[in-house]
Ligand binder design. Structure first.
Ligand SMILES: [Zn+2]
Length: 462
């Protein structure tokens, strides 16, 4: 590749990429194949598969972890309790806090497991163990959903994500994934123009982004009336996609916008289909329940419930009837457009895009601050608070292991992500108030935010 500036011949970056790294992973390829074969299963076939998988998940958790065994013994249930899928409801829920405070008890000692930690979208940090095989299935499941809109491994991708990139232009080309990664930590007009220029020669087929970062970029293109290469689609993740964002993406890129819901715990995955912008819950991945405020399953279309997931692929830290604290609105069972007899959700709530406004008026999504760092091992809860542009307070409930050094390190890491035009105050507190629905909010903002749109008013009403 030619990086020399001012060369007269533009060297095309449309080259044959080496085989996508995932295609060299046997577990990935096997799971892709299984998902392809099972894509046409009818309702009965899916129900049989799910019952079998739920039974296996419960049995595995009971026989391989102290935490599940003790909990189920206390409730007088066991793997034999599950005779029909409805019997799953006899099992107690697992809360995030239970895993966070008793991780070893709720984990299985399997070979090759490794520790990951996430701040989550809710301000409740949670560490867990994963293994490579499960993660390969996770990637394959996401790919399986992307295939529906024409994506394939090796396609050129323009990636706007909350990544720190040390190169001079804050971009890097990653051949293993054929991704041109652009840092959104430095999302100024100047850097966006540099990214755009590079895209003109790279000619991406897809944009991958958080809805919030894609929106900022699309608005830059619209306001400056600049062109972008024709793409096949936009793949969004990690945040709720608002209608006003989808509208702008369609207007600027004239391409399909694809969105999915997933989480670190790998219990529930749901994505759009070929035709509809609704969340199709992938039945081979996990068993998803929507539980209403009354504690009963949501069966009425249009009603909202908390997503409770039982993972079929996580082994190192199993998740059985795990309360995600994310909310979804039921659309029904079966998609009339694609014919898949899956559980369908109208929309996801509780994955709000929350944007901190920096001193210079940049927007930093809290998704970018969702550090996968060790700090989360030392705090119970956290929340950002902003009343004034450029000034942010991080409130946190410390664990006993939290000391001054941890707090200083955390502050430094956060400031690196937020930028120099943010004044950050660390505030240790005894507790953090919940919303009316008993959820944690990641950001509480008492200021006008011009980024907001009228449609946010509805989504924010949790
Ligand atoms: Zn469909």
């Amino acid at each position: 590749m030619n990086h020399s500036e001012g060369s007269f011949v533009k060297v095309s970056e449309k080259y044959e990429a080496p085989a996508h790294v995932d295609l060299r992973n046997r577990d990935y390829c096997r799971w892709v194949e299984f998902l392809r074969e099972s894509d046409g299963w009818n309702r009965q076939h899916i129900e049989d598969y799910q019952l079998e998988q739920v039974r296996q998940a419960v049995k595995f958790a009971y026989e391989n972890t102290r935490g599940y065994k003790a909990l189920y013994d206390k409730f007088g249930v066991s793997p034999d309790t599950i005779q029909t899928i409805d019997d799953l409801r006899k099992l107690p829920f697992i809360e995030k806090q239970m895993i966070r405070d008793n991780l070893e008890d709720f984990s299985a000692n399997i070979d090759g497991r490794y520790y990951v930690t996430t701040g989550g979208s809710t301000g409740v940090p949670c560490g867990m163990y994963r293994d490579q095989k499960s993660f390969a299935k996770e990637l394959a499941s996401k790919a399986h959903q992307y295939y529906r809109v024409g994506w394939k491994e090796g396609d050129r991708q323009f990636v706007l994500r909350g990544l720190q990139i040390a190169t001079g232009d804050r971009m890097e080309l990653v051949p293993d994934f054929n991704e041109l990664r652009c840092s959104t930590y430095h999302f100024t007009s100047e850097s966006m123009e540099i990214y755009r220029q590079r895209a003109l020669t790279y000619e991406p087929e897809w944009i991958r982004c958080y809805p919030s970062s894609g929106y900022v970029f699309a608005r830059f293109l619209k306001e400056t009336n600049r062109s972008f290469p024709k793409i096949k689609g936009i793949l969004c993740a990690s945040e709720h996609l608002y209608d006003f964002q989808k509208k702008l993406f369609s207007e600027i890129f004239d391409a399909r916008v694809f969105c999915h819901y997933g989480h670190y715990e790998m219990a529930v995955l749901a994505g759009f289909c070929e035709y509809e912008d609704t969340y199709h819950v992938l039945p081979q991945y996990g068993y998803a329940e929507l539980i209403g405020e009354d504690g009963k399953p949501v069966v009425e279309p249009g009603h909202i419930g908390e997503i409770v997931g039982t993972s079929f692929i996580m082994k190192a830290t199993p998740f059985v009837r795990y309360k995600t604290q994310d909310l979804a609105v039921l659309k029904g069972f079966g998609c009339s457009s694609c014919g898949r007899p899956y559980q369908i959700w109208e929309r996801i709530e509780g994955r709000l895009q929350e944007l901190i406004v920096t001193g210079k008026g940049r927007y930093v999504s809290t998704s970018m601050l969702n550090m996968h760092d060790d700090f989360y091992d030392h705090i119970k809860y956290f929340q950002f608070y902003q009343k004034e542009q450029g000034k942010v307070v991080l409130r946190f409930v410390p664990k006993q292991t939290c000391n001054r050094q941890v707090v200083e390190d955390m502050k430094r890491a956060l400031l690196l992500k937020m930028g120099a035009d943010v004044e950050l105050t660390m505030e240790s507190v005894g507790e953090i108030a919940l919303t009316k629905r008993g959820k944690h909010r990641l950001l509480v903002q008492e200021m006008e935010n011009e980024y907001n749109d009228l449609s946010l008013g509805f989504a924010l009403r949790l």
